[in-house]
Design a protein around this ligand. Sequence first.
Ligand SMILES: Cc1cc2nc3c(=O)[nH]c(=O)nc-3n(C[C@H](O)[C@H](O)[C@H](O)COP(=O)(O)O)c2cc1C
Length: 220
Amino acid sequence: MPLVPVLAQYLSTGTIVVQATTIGYNSCKLKEGKMSKKVLIAYGTRYGATASTSDEIAKVLRNEGLDVRVVNVGKGKVKAIAEYDLVIIGSGMQMAKWTGAAESFLGKFQKELASKKVALFVSSGAQALLEYDKKTDEIEKARKQYLEDKAAKYNLHPVSMVIFGGVWDYNQMFFLLRKTLGSFKPKIEEAGFKEIKPGLYDTRNWDNIRAWAKEIAAKL
Ligand SMILES: Cc1cc2nc3c(=O)[nH]c(=O)nc-3n(C[C@H](O)[C@H](O)[C@H](O)COP(=O)(O)O)c2cc1C
């Protein structure tokens, strides 16, 4: 398929609003019971957003008393997952696709994950733009395509699934892509995102990411 229609198509798909609720609990009590619980965050990334989102989730979970290991499955191998009480799998989205490494992780541990506590998240550059334009149908379509279909494909029963924002890093794009996707810059800025470094926009809502991590901790 030619590049431009493909890009137009991915921007017409999208993401969901994170429904991050505040969990009321006594954090000391929670931490007491969680000291021995182990969490694996296995993620795949192309532009780096899923790496820093994973690190932030890990920070919150550790603060909740959990023992957390974070692995970029595109670089490091996970040999076994039996020891983990919860496995969080994250991936960046590109052309509506997960990274090959995150997808392989799902395939490799499919059997064990099916009977384990699992949570899924994806990093999506389109989310904030769809939210800004209030494209509810496309937001729902993206949730189905990016998360629900993935869970069904691997027979997972996630305790939670969420789409977070991502980055638009024009410095990492090859020339033609940079030129084509450059036309979205005004939309990104109109949606309220400033260029944080030349060619770099970050559309993540860190409060939502932290709130989701707290929700996940409460499920253990
Ligand atoms: C070529 C290209 C295709 C993309 N396709 C999608 C897409 O289909 N859906 C989406 O929500 N965001 C899309 N994005 C934005 C990415 O999701 C965003 O860059 C995100 O940060 C990717 O995660 P990562 O940084 O962990 O790789 C695309 C970005 C590029 C450069």
